[in-house]
Design a protein around this ligand. Structure first.
Ligand code: TYD
Length: 152
């Protein structure tokens, strides 16, 4: 028999202003677990791109930027890592991702850094846009200015 392990509790857990952990569907049976993600259903955007980070050497960090328009869902498909998020207004929050059925939704104009990758960690990112370098804000001071200009 399949065990549809759909969480009884609220699916979305707020952890800061707009960044949130999304508890994805998980279907378990004797063959293992299966999780699925539908754009505009389980996550609040249409998926235009997927990319993944792997073989990240110990002590290295990724990210260190914000996006002007792109929204993302970040998942630890294997292993674990921490995501430090900062909306430019309140204090930074650190979220540890270590379960394949938790997705961290990151809205636009959120500074993020991915750190503390475990050995063998695989980070999947689903994005609402195709890659465009001009969507990146890579300078923190420019990020804070842009947030203020948007009245966030
Ligand atoms: P970057 O966004 O700096 O990596 P991270 O956020 O994980 O630290 O991207 C590294 C390089 O890869 C950079 O030259 C841009 C390129 N890249 C693409 O060509 N397409 C993509 O979808 C992404 C995410 C990056």
């Amino acid at each position: 028999m399949f065990q549809h392990d759909r969480p009884q509790r609220k699916r979305v857990i707020d952890i800061s202003l707009k960044t949130k952990i999304i508890n994805l569907p998980k279907i378990s049976d004797v063959r293992g677990n299966l999780t699925f993600i539908e754009g505009n259903n389980h996550i609040p955007f249409e998926i235009k791109r997927a990319y993944y980070l792997y073989d990240v050497p110990g002590g290295e960090s990724r990210g260190g930027h914000a996006h002007r328009e792109t929204e993302q869902l970040i998942l630890a498909l294997s292993g674990s890592f921490d995501v430090v998020v900062d909306d430019g207004n309140v204090e930074k929050r650190t979220i540890t991702l270590n379960r394949s059925y938790y997705g961290l939704f990151i809205p636009k104009l959120t500074w993020r850094e991915l750190v503390n990758f475990s050995s063998g960690a695989v980070c999947l990112v689903l994005a609402s846009t195709k890659y465009e370098e001009k969507d990146y804000i890579r300078d923190y001071r420019e990020f804070v200015k842009t947030v203020k200009a948007h009245g966030n």
